[in-house]
Design a binder for this molecule. Structure first.
Ligand SMILES: [Zn+2]
Length: 480
């Protein structure tokens, strides 16, 4: 059945998200077409962000299908550019991911349009005039190509290639993708979430795969043992005692919901003051909440509980509302994007709160190199934004246990679930130290060959044999 392709090779090539945590784009090159797994934006360091403006080293028109793992910008944010550059094929995703991706892409376009507008108005861009990477219209143009595929359902892409989604935890809708290609399986982890999270299901996967391409964000770190919500309550109460405010920079889609759930629980347990106002300041937060509520069957809590937790917070959609919240007297908790302080409403609060030691800036998600969030974690004494330097007087704290990413222990648990061992494991989505630490750990523990994928390098996976390999056993998975 494969004879016409016999002895031809299958390759994988990372166009981003290799050796770094952003810009995820992994291209599977096969004789039956080229499949792009994720299509993310580079974020963080300027040198990385500038790559978003460079043409891909591969002609987008020669890609046949895109498979998205989840709605985070560093996995979907490059889609409008891919379409601008000539791609016209399907973009597969789960239903929840579709709803969230549309929100996130539109928000991304809006932020870029606003940033370009402000840069031009206040003349703080080198580029004259400053231009957005893409516009709302560019986002609208790619939405008709979004196709949904249910979790666990095998979807055929061509005669010898199909794929299936498995829940990955991480954020609502997030999935790993198992690609069956000429009789072999390549399992793409996407971003792997936490085990035993409050809101999201545990990551799941098939028990066998020939090749695994896995993320390594926290490959060199273990989240501290102990209850993250206890640490959160302590930080909140301490700040309230000092009459300060708590700013939690986070993605309005994804992490915010897990934090809102934790805060709802803390109020119920009377671990933090019941009257303490919680604001979620993001124009898309209301819509994201609705998406999560609509897909509440994916969550560990009931729809009623989900509704109750959203009722406990005040959502601000209006730019003037931000000023009003800042002017409101008394302590408050504010959740605002972006999660790494690279832009968005969080900066408006930062401007007011960063100079006062009574306030707390609470970092909960991964902070990539080159972001203001990482600078704060590294103990920066001043921070530059909106074209000015601000002295850091506020207390900066991190609660790593609230991260959306599995730590090293959980990543090892995840990979050890593949029995027999995969032929080879490829590591992506990590900074060099995380990748190398996890590589050594997995290799020593399992004896499996582990390679760190290099960006823009064509990596040989396997040669197609005359005869189809033994049929893939589709019943062997942990999916319910
Ligand atoms: Zn993610």
């Amino acid at each position: 059945m494969h004879s016409e392709y016999a002895n031809q090779n299958i390759y994988i090539e990372s166009l981003g998200g290799a050796g770094t945590v952003t810009g995820s784009k992994h291209l599977l090159r096969t004789p039956e077409g080229n499949i792009l797994i994720d299509c993310g934006l580079f974020q963080g360091l300027k040198a990385l962000r500038e790559k978003n403006w460079e043409p891909l080293p591969f002609n987008p028109a020669e890609i046949n299908a895109v498979i998205l793992t989840h709605a985070h910008l560093d996995h979907c944010g490059y889609l409008p550019i891919l379409f601008k550059d000539g791609y016209r094929g399907p973009v597969y995703m789960t239903e929840t991911t579709k709803d969230l991706t549309i929100l996130i892409l539109k928000d991304s376009a809006r932020i870029q349009e606003e940033d370009a507008f402000h840069a031009n108005k206040h003349h703080y861009s080198k580029h004259k005039p400053a231009k957005p990477l893409y516009t709302t219209e560019d986002v609208e143009a790619c939405i008709p190509y979004f196709k949904t595929v249910g979790t666990g359902v095998s979807h055929r892409l061509s005669a010898n290639i199909s794929f299936r989604y498995f829940p990955a935890g991480h954020i609502p809708g997030a999935s790993s993708a198992e690609v069956t290609c000429f009789g072999k399986t390549i399992f793409f982890s996407g971003d792997i979430g936490r085990y035993h999270a409050g809101l999201l299901a545990d990551p799941q996967h098939v028990s066998t795969a020939d090749f695994v391409v896995m993320e390594a964000t926290y490959g060199d770190r273990t989240h501290p043992a102990g209850d993250a919500s206890e640490a959160l309550a302590y930080m909140i109460n301490d700040t309230v005692f000092k009459k300060g405010n708590i700013l939690i920079p986070c993605f309005a889609v994804g992490r915010a919901q897990e934090v809102i759930h934790m805060l709802y629980k803390l109020k119920q347990q009377k671990a933090i003051p019941a009257e303490l106002p919680i604001y979620l300041d993001s124009p898309m937060a209301a819509a994201a909440g609705k998406v999560v509520l609509n897909h509440s069957e994916e969550l560990k809590i009931t729809k009623e509980e989900c509704r109750a937790m959203f009722n406990g917070i005040q959502i601000n959609e209006d730019y003037r509302g931000t000023e009003k919240i800042i002017d409101t007297k008394g302590s408050k908790i504010i959740l605002a994007g972006s999660g790494m302080l690279t832009g968005g409403r969080a900066l408006a609060y930062l401007e007011h709160y960063i100079g006062n030691s009574r306030n707390t800036i609470l970092l909960i998600g991964f902070q990539a190199e080159g972001t203001r969030g990482r600078s704060l974690l590294n103990g920066a004494k001043e921070l530059k934004f909106h074209g000015k330097f601000y002295s850091v007087e506020a207390r900066v704290e991190e609660i790593r246990g609230m991260s959306a990413h599995a730590d090293q222990k959980e990543l090892r648990y995840w990979i050890n679930g593949f029995v027999p061992r995969p032929e080879r494991v490829y590591l992506v989505h990590g900074e060099p130290c995380s990748l190398e630490t996890l590589r050594v750990k997995i290799k020593d523990e399992t004896g499996t060959p582990v390679k760190i994928l290099q960006e823009d390098h064509k990596e040989f996976l396997f040669a197609i044999s005359e005869e189809p390999a033994a049929a893939v056993v589709h019943e062997q998975h942990h999916n319910k």
